[in-house]
Design a protein around this ligand. Structure first.
Ligand SMILES: [Zn+2]
Ligand SMILES: [Zn+2]
Length: 134
């Protein structure tokens, strides 16, 4: 039995959002450049690095939908203030949270909107963060 997460502290991000969580279908990235900042790799190494970076989803606040998050793909040169990894504690697979969400998150305690997203995609967030594989 697992606790239902009710003891996890809520962050001070306003009233509980009621909008349904929208999980966008994961689309395969096929272009050469970063979809977020347009950075284009100039070497094979950079290209490989970019693909690795873009394989990780980055969650950030949805500007049109307070309390929700949108998932995007980012390279390491994308302008981001702060990044917190919210990966599975067992296999290390998982997205990152960025921007205001990261300000409210630590690796062990993810901001509430991002936690809703994680649950919506089948992850368990309490007592520890694990992906659907476990
Ligand atoms: Zn980028
Ligand atoms: Zn896992």
């Amino acid at each position: 039995m697992r606790p239902d997460g009710s003891t996890v502290k809520r962050t001070s991000s306003g009233p509980t959002p009621t909008a349904p969580v929208v999980v966008a279908p994961t689309t395969e990235w096929s272009s050469r450049e970063c979809p977020s900042c347009g950075h284009e790799p100039s070497t094979r190494e950079e290209s490989a690095q970019l693909r690795a970076d873009l394989s990780v989803l980055g969650l950030h606040p949805d500007p049109d939908n307070p309390g929700s998050v949108v998932a995007g793909r980012h390279c390491r040169t994308c302008p981001r203030r702060r990044v917190v990894e919210v990966e599975c504690t067992r296999c290390g697979d998982g997205p990152t949270v960025t921007g205001d969400l990261a300000e409210d998150s630590t690796p062990g305690s993810v901001a509430y909107p991002a936690r809703r997203w994680l649950v919506a995609v089948g992850r368990s967030t309490a007592p520890e963060l694990v992906c659907p594989e476990h």
